[in-house]
Design a protein around this ligand. Structure first.
Ligand SMILES: [Zn+2]
Length: 307
Protein backbone atom coordinates (compact mmCIF):
# COMPACT_ATOMS: atom_id res chain seq x y z
CA UNK A 1 0.00 0.00 0.00
CA UNK A 2 1.34 3.44 -0.88
CA UNK A 3 1.52 6.20 1.71
CA UNK A 4 -1.35 7.97 -0.03
CA UNK A 5 -3.33 4.73 0.11
CA UNK A 6 -2.63 4.36 3.83
CA UNK A 7 -3.74 7.93 4.47
CA UNK A 8 -6.93 7.31 2.51
CA UNK A 9 -7.60 4.11 4.48
CA UNK A 10 -6.96 5.92 7.76
CA UNK A 11 -9.28 8.78 6.78
CA UNK A 12 -11.93 6.23 5.82
CA UNK A 13 -11.68 4.58 9.24
CA UNK A 14 -11.82 7.95 11.00
CA UNK A 15 -14.82 9.02 8.95
CA UNK A 16 -16.60 5.79 9.79
CA UNK A 17 -15.87 6.32 13.49
CA UNK A 18 -17.12 9.90 13.40
CA UNK A 19 -20.25 8.88 11.53
CA UNK A 20 -21.02 6.22 14.14
CA UNK A 21 -20.29 8.45 17.10
CA UNK A 22 -22.03 11.55 15.81
CA UNK A 23 -24.98 10.88 13.53
CA UNK A 24 -25.31 14.63 12.99
CA UNK A 25 -22.23 14.67 10.79
CA UNK A 26 -22.81 14.26 7.08
CA UNK A 27 -23.15 10.55 6.41
CA UNK A 28 -19.97 9.19 4.98
CA UNK A 29 -20.39 5.42 5.03
CA UNK A 30 -23.14 3.22 3.69
CA UNK A 31 -25.52 2.49 6.51
CA UNK A 32 -24.81 5.78 8.22
CA UNK A 33 -27.46 8.48 8.33
CA UNK A 34 -27.19 11.17 5.68
CA UNK A 35 -27.90 14.74 6.62
CA UNK A 36 -25.98 18.01 6.46
CA UNK A 37 -24.05 19.04 9.56
CA UNK A 38 -25.15 22.65 9.13
CA UNK A 39 -28.15 24.29 7.47
CA UNK A 40 -29.18 27.90 6.98
CA UNK A 41 -32.51 29.72 7.23
CA UNK A 42 -34.49 29.05 4.05
CA UNK A 43 -32.85 25.67 3.42
CA UNK A 44 -34.66 22.53 2.41
CA UNK A 45 -32.69 19.39 3.18
CA UNK A 46 -32.99 15.64 3.19
CA UNK A 47 -32.49 13.34 6.15
CA UNK A 48 -31.90 9.72 5.21
CA UNK A 49 -31.87 7.75 8.43
CA UNK A 50 -29.78 4.56 8.49
CA UNK A 51 -31.24 1.59 6.55
CA UNK A 52 -31.92 -0.27 9.81
CA UNK A 53 -34.46 2.38 10.72
CA UNK A 54 -36.94 1.45 8.03
CA UNK A 55 -40.22 1.48 9.92
CA UNK A 56 -40.45 5.21 10.50
CA UNK A 57 -43.46 7.20 11.56
CA UNK A 58 -42.41 10.84 11.59
CA UNK A 59 -39.64 13.36 12.16
CA UNK A 60 -40.11 16.32 14.48
CA UNK A 61 -38.01 19.37 13.68
CA UNK A 62 -38.42 23.02 14.72
CA UNK A 63 -41.95 22.42 15.93
CA UNK A 64 -43.17 20.68 12.77
CA UNK A 65 -43.98 17.01 12.18
CA UNK A 66 -42.80 15.56 8.86
CA UNK A 67 -43.97 12.29 7.30
CA UNK A 68 -41.51 9.68 5.98
CA UNK A 69 -41.27 9.76 2.18
CA UNK A 70 -40.14 7.40 -0.55
CA UNK A 71 -39.08 8.14 -4.11
CA UNK A 72 -37.70 6.29 -7.14
CA UNK A 73 -34.00 5.62 -6.66
CA UNK A 74 -34.15 6.16 -2.92
CA UNK A 75 -32.86 3.14 -0.96
CA UNK A 76 -35.25 3.72 1.91
CA UNK A 77 -37.54 6.18 3.60
CA UNK A 78 -36.29 9.74 3.94
CA UNK A 79 -37.51 13.07 5.24
CA UNK A 80 -37.65 16.41 3.46
CA UNK A 81 -37.16 19.08 6.12
CA UNK A 82 -37.34 22.85 5.99
CA UNK A 83 -35.74 25.70 7.91
CA UNK A 84 -37.87 28.84 8.04
CA UNK A 85 -36.23 32.02 6.79
CA UNK A 86 -36.49 33.54 10.27
CA UNK A 87 -35.29 30.43 12.15
CA UNK A 88 -32.93 31.34 14.99
CA UNK A 89 -29.34 30.09 14.75
CA UNK A 90 -28.38 27.23 17.08
CA UNK A 91 -28.37 23.47 17.41
CA UNK A 92 -31.71 21.81 16.70
CA UNK A 93 -32.75 18.23 17.30
CA UNK A 94 -34.49 16.12 14.70
CA UNK A 95 -36.42 13.40 16.49
CA UNK A 96 -37.37 10.47 14.29
CA UNK A 97 -40.14 8.31 15.70
CA UNK A 98 -40.22 4.61 14.86
CA UNK A 99 -43.41 2.73 14.13
CA UNK A 100 -44.42 0.92 17.30
CA UNK A 101 -42.43 3.21 19.59
CA UNK A 102 -38.90 4.32 20.15
CA UNK A 103 -37.11 7.24 18.62
CA UNK A 104 -33.81 8.29 17.16
CA UNK A 105 -32.27 11.72 17.63
CA UNK A 106 -30.16 13.65 15.16
CA UNK A 107 -28.72 17.11 15.58
CA UNK A 108 -28.23 19.79 12.98
CA UNK A 109 -26.78 23.28 13.43
CA UNK A 110 -28.67 26.21 11.99
CA UNK A 111 -26.06 28.84 11.11
CA UNK A 112 -26.75 32.51 10.57
CA UNK A 113 -27.58 33.65 7.05
CA UNK A 114 -27.29 37.27 6.07
CA UNK A 115 -30.14 38.54 3.96
CA UNK A 116 -30.03 41.70 1.88
CA UNK A 117 -31.74 44.73 3.35
CA UNK A 118 -33.65 47.38 1.48
CA UNK A 119 -34.61 50.73 3.00
CA UNK A 120 -37.29 52.70 1.22
CA UNK A 121 -38.94 56.02 1.91
CA UNK A 122 -42.34 56.26 0.23
CA UNK A 123 -45.38 58.48 0.60
CA UNK A 124 -47.51 56.93 3.41
CA UNK A 125 -50.46 56.47 1.02
CA UNK A 126 -48.35 54.03 -1.00
CA UNK A 127 -47.29 52.04 2.05
CA UNK A 128 -50.64 51.75 3.80
CA UNK A 129 -53.49 50.40 1.66
CA UNK A 130 -56.73 52.38 1.73
CA UNK A 131 -59.18 51.41 4.45
CA UNK A 132 -61.74 49.97 2.04
CA UNK A 133 -59.16 47.42 0.89
CA UNK A 134 -58.19 46.28 4.39
CA UNK A 135 -60.95 43.68 4.58
CA UNK A 136 -60.07 42.21 1.18
CA UNK A 137 -56.39 42.02 2.05
CA UNK A 138 -57.08 40.35 5.41
CA UNK A 139 -59.36 37.81 3.70
CA UNK A 140 -56.70 37.01 1.10
CA UNK A 141 -53.97 36.64 3.72
CA UNK A 142 -56.22 34.20 5.62
CA UNK A 143 -56.80 32.25 2.40
CA UNK A 144 -53.06 31.85 1.78
CA UNK A 145 -52.38 30.92 5.41
CA UNK A 146 -55.14 28.30 5.22
CA UNK A 147 -53.63 26.74 2.08
CA UNK A 148 -50.18 26.53 3.70
CA UNK A 149 -51.63 25.10 6.92
CA UNK A 150 -53.74 22.44 5.23
CA UNK A 151 -51.29 21.18 2.59
CA UNK A 152 -52.05 17.57 1.66
CA UNK A 153 -50.37 14.70 3.48
CA UNK A 154 -49.79 12.41 0.50
CA UNK A 155 -46.74 13.22 -1.61
CA UNK A 156 -47.79 14.08 -5.17
CA UNK A 157 -44.33 14.67 -6.63
CA UNK A 158 -42.17 11.91 -7.95
CA UNK A 159 -38.65 12.77 -8.95
CA UNK A 160 -37.65 16.01 -7.41
CA UNK A 161 -38.26 19.52 -8.60
CA UNK A 162 -37.93 21.48 -11.80
CA UNK A 163 -37.40 25.28 -12.04
CA UNK A 164 -40.52 27.26 -12.96
CA UNK A 165 -38.66 29.04 -15.78
CA UNK A 166 -35.16 29.30 -17.21
CA UNK A 167 -34.35 32.77 -15.92
CA UNK A 168 -31.92 33.26 -13.06
CA UNK A 169 -33.29 34.06 -9.60
CA UNK A 170 -32.82 37.60 -8.34
CA UNK A 171 -31.35 36.21 -5.12
CA UNK A 172 -33.73 38.31 -3.06
CA UNK A 173 -35.19 35.51 -0.95
CA UNK A 174 -35.37 36.72 2.66
CA UNK A 175 -34.69 40.34 1.73
CA UNK A 176 -35.74 42.58 4.60
CA UNK A 177 -37.73 45.59 3.52
CA UNK A 178 -37.81 48.59 5.78
CA UNK A 179 -40.43 51.07 4.64
CA UNK A 180 -40.31 54.51 6.19
CA UNK A 181 -38.29 53.04 9.07
CA UNK A 182 -40.77 50.22 9.79
CA UNK A 183 -39.67 46.61 9.06
CA UNK A 184 -42.14 44.75 6.82
CA UNK A 185 -42.41 40.99 6.50
CA UNK A 186 -39.32 39.60 4.74
CA UNK A 187 -39.50 38.61 1.09
CA UNK A 188 -40.63 34.98 1.33
CA UNK A 189 -39.74 33.89 -2.22
CA UNK A 190 -37.51 34.45 -5.20
CA UNK A 191 -38.16 36.88 -8.05
CA UNK A 192 -37.34 35.93 -11.63
CA UNK A 193 -37.32 38.78 -14.13
CA UNK A 194 -38.63 37.54 -17.47
CA UNK A 195 -40.48 39.00 -20.47
CA UNK A 196 -44.24 39.21 -20.09
CA UNK A 197 -45.81 36.08 -21.53
CA UNK A 198 -42.93 33.73 -20.62
CA UNK A 199 -44.38 30.31 -19.76
CA UNK A 200 -44.38 29.40 -16.06
CA UNK A 201 -44.12 25.72 -15.19
CA UNK A 202 -45.25 23.79 -12.13
CA UNK A 203 -42.15 22.92 -10.09
CA UNK A 204 -43.56 19.46 -9.36
CA UNK A 205 -46.76 17.48 -9.63
CA UNK A 206 -49.65 18.56 -7.47
CA UNK A 207 -53.13 19.94 -7.21
CA UNK A 208 -54.05 23.58 -7.83
CA UNK A 209 -55.56 24.88 -4.60
CA UNK A 210 -56.33 28.38 -5.82
CA UNK A 211 -56.12 30.26 -9.10
CA UNK A 212 -57.37 33.83 -9.06
CA UNK A 213 -56.73 37.53 -8.58
CA UNK A 214 -55.31 38.78 -5.27
CA UNK A 215 -54.68 42.39 -4.29
CA UNK A 216 -50.94 42.21 -3.63
CA UNK A 217 -49.89 39.30 -5.85
CA UNK A 218 -52.23 39.79 -8.81
CA UNK A 219 -53.08 36.67 -10.79
CA UNK A 220 -51.85 33.95 -8.47
CA UNK A 221 -51.68 30.16 -8.42
CA UNK A 222 -51.14 27.95 -5.39
CA UNK A 223 -50.11 24.36 -6.07
CA UNK A 224 -50.29 21.78 -3.27
CA UNK A 225 -47.62 19.12 -3.84
CA UNK A 226 -48.52 17.10 -0.77
CA UNK A 227 -46.22 16.12 2.09
CA UNK A 228 -46.64 19.66 3.40
CA UNK A 229 -45.21 21.36 0.32
CA UNK A 230 -46.95 24.26 -1.45
CA UNK A 231 -45.63 26.46 -4.26
CA UNK A 232 -47.10 29.84 -5.19
CA UNK A 233 -46.72 31.74 -8.47
CA UNK A 234 -47.50 35.46 -8.41
CA UNK A 235 -48.01 38.48 -10.70
CA UNK A 236 -49.02 36.28 -13.66
CA UNK A 237 -50.39 37.76 -16.86
CA UNK A 238 -52.47 34.66 -17.50
CA UNK A 239 -53.61 31.64 -15.49
CA UNK A 240 -53.45 28.37 -17.41
CA UNK A 241 -54.68 26.02 -14.70
CA UNK A 242 -57.79 26.10 -12.55
CA UNK A 243 -58.48 25.35 -8.89
CA UNK A 244 -58.91 21.62 -8.34
CA UNK A 245 -56.89 20.71 -11.41
CA UNK A 246 -54.10 18.14 -11.16
CA UNK A 247 -50.85 19.34 -12.71
CA UNK A 248 -47.65 17.49 -13.56
CA UNK A 249 -44.03 18.62 -13.07
CA UNK A 250 -43.04 21.03 -15.82
CA UNK A 251 -46.62 21.63 -16.98
CA UNK A 252 -47.19 25.22 -18.13
CA UNK A 253 -49.64 26.67 -15.61
CA UNK A 254 -49.40 30.39 -16.37
CA UNK A 255 -47.56 33.22 -18.06
CA UNK A 256 -45.25 35.85 -16.55
CA UNK A 257 -46.86 39.24 -16.03
CA UNK A 258 -46.88 42.23 -13.70
CA UNK A 259 -50.35 42.00 -12.13
CA UNK A 260 -50.92 43.06 -8.53
CA UNK A 261 -48.33 45.24 -6.84
CA UNK A 262 -45.45 44.63 -9.24
CA UNK A 263 -43.26 47.26 -10.87
CA UNK A 264 -42.35 45.12 -13.88
CA UNK A 265 -42.84 41.73 -15.48
CA UNK A 266 -41.46 39.01 -13.23
CA UNK A 267 -42.41 35.77 -11.53
CA UNK A 268 -42.48 35.69 -7.77
CA UNK A 269 -42.09 32.06 -6.74
CA UNK A 270 -42.67 31.09 -3.14
CA UNK A 271 -42.38 27.68 -1.49
CA UNK A 272 -43.66 26.59 1.92
CA UNK A 273 -42.88 23.31 3.58
CA UNK A 274 -45.24 22.76 6.52
CA UNK A 275 -45.60 26.56 6.60
CA UNK A 276 -41.82 27.08 6.74
CA UNK A 277 -40.81 29.76 4.26
CA UNK A 278 -38.03 28.13 2.24
CA UNK A 279 -35.89 29.26 -0.69
CA UNK A 280 -37.17 27.72 -3.97
CA UNK A 281 -33.59 27.71 -5.26
CA UNK A 282 -32.73 25.06 -2.65
CA UNK A 283 -35.06 22.54 -4.28
CA UNK A 284 -33.57 22.03 -7.71
CA UNK A 285 -30.54 19.96 -6.77
CA UNK A 286 -32.22 17.75 -4.20
CA UNK A 287 -33.03 14.68 -6.30
CA UNK A 288 -31.58 15.53 -9.68
CA UNK A 289 -29.83 12.19 -10.08
CA UNK A 290 -31.80 9.74 -8.02
CA UNK A 291 -30.51 6.22 -7.99
CA UNK A 292 -27.20 4.56 -7.19
CA UNK A 293 -26.58 4.36 -3.48
CA UNK A 294 -22.93 5.29 -4.09
CA UNK A 295 -24.22 8.78 -4.85
CA UNK A 296 -25.53 9.09 -1.32
CA UNK A 297 -22.05 9.93 -0.10
CA UNK A 298 -21.85 13.01 -2.27
CA UNK A 299 -22.52 16.27 -0.41
CA UNK A 300 -24.59 17.33 -3.45
CA UNK A 301 -27.10 14.66 -2.51
CA UNK A 302 -27.84 16.38 0.74
CA UNK A 303 -29.16 19.27 -1.30
CA UNK A 304 -26.96 21.70 0.57
CA UNK A 305 -24.48 23.54 -1.57
CA UNK A 306 -23.88 27.11 -0.66
CA UNK A 307 -22.08 29.10 -3.34
ZN1 LIG B 1 -41.22 38.79 -5.03
Amino acid sequence: MTIAGMVRALVAVMTATIATAAPAASGGTSGAPVLPATVRPGDVFVLRPAPGLSALESARFCGKVYPPLSAPGEPGPFFLLGVDLEAAPGREAIVVGRTGGGEERFVVSIVKRFFPEERLALPPAMVTPPQELAERIAREQALAADIYRTAGAAKLWDRGFTPALEQKAAGNFGRRRILNGIPRSPHAGQDYTAPAGTPVKAIAGGTVRYAGDLYYSGLTLFVDHGAGLVSVYMHLEKLLAAAGETVTAGQIIGRVGSTGRATGAHLHLGVRLFEQRVDPERLWGLFRNPAPSSHLNSPRETGISHP
